[in-house]
Design a protein around this ligand. Sequence first.
Ligand SMILES: COc1cc(/C=C/C(=O)SCCNC(=O)CCNC(=O)[C@H](O)C(C)(C)COP(=O)(O)OP(=O)(O)OC[C@H]2O[C@@H](n3cnc4c(N)ncnc43)[C@H](O)[C@@H]2OP(=O)(O)O)ccc1O
Length: 269
Amino acid sequence: MTQGNADTADAGASGLLRIERADRVLTVGLNRPAKRNALNDGIILEIGECFASLPEDIGAVVIHGIGDHFSSGLDLSELTEHDATGGLLHSQMWHRVFDRIQYSRVPVIAALRGAVIGGGLELACAAHIRVAEPSTYFALPEGQRGIFVGGGGSVRLPRLIGVARMMDMMLTGRVYSATEGASYGFAQYVTEAGNGLGKALELATKIASNAPLTNFAVLQALPMIAEANPQTGLLMESLMATVAQSDKEAKRRIREFLEHKTAKVKPKS
Ligand SMILES: COc1cc(/C=C/C(=O)SCCNC(=O)CCNC(=O)[C@H](O)C(C)(C)COP(=O)(O)OP(=O)(O)OC[C@H]2O[C@@H](n3cnc4c(N)ncnc43)[C@H](O)[C@@H]2OP(=O)(O)O)ccc1O
């Protein structure tokens, strides 16, 4: 893995990830299109490394699949090598890596198309925003393979779509379309065909221009507040609000608005 500079498509030594940088946005491409971006140990470890060493001046990350699919999930050819202990270690390795995405300092957007299956769907769950092209389809065929989710899906997916829908997906192997995924709260945007990565990059650029402390609060505090009891949540909110508004960045941005130097908030015409 290497991280290229502006506008360069730079596959690293292994070539499992293609990482590009444009200004403050890092784009991470899963790069095994011949295997439909199946997630082997190598690619999982490289994703982990990438998120552990994000350059400080990066403001948002977009993760996507090279080729027609986001990811066909776990590389099934590797799973047969595990005994029970190996299976546990493998699943925990995925957890550590996907936690790095979820608890990343900067927002992560998953640009989805084609297959978003099994572990690929678990990877997308760890991102903060999901953008789907119409070709996107979601499925959890673990039941047909005789396995269970192992990449944090049973923790993250029910929080997005509910336990009942996840049960339906896992028990029936049902395939959800992009629009179903959006209506159930999994994808936040459905774009025109071919426009998913573009939309994700547009969102990432906008997000990267927010005050870093606000993005940090949204990523780190909001999920905790949402799950806390209301009294604890309200206290955490007040503390976070106080920290954010005390920052000189907030003072500068508010002053710019009052001096009519920044854009107003208007609906698109
Ligand atoms: C238990 O502990 C775990 C579990 C997990 C996570 C679990 C999961 O992810 S379960 C889900 C696994 N994925 C699947 O069952 C999908 C399998 N793939 C397909 O159905 C299709 O390949 C497709 C994605 C719909 C694409 O179809 P098509 O375009 O026709 O391409 P193919 O000809 O089928 O594939 C091309 C080539 O890729 C190989 N391949 C595709 N998917 C995988 C895969 N998931 N694993 C390995 N290889 C794959 C396919 O065999 C072809 O290879 P050739 O050599 O024949 O060219 C997480 C963590 C835990 O601890």
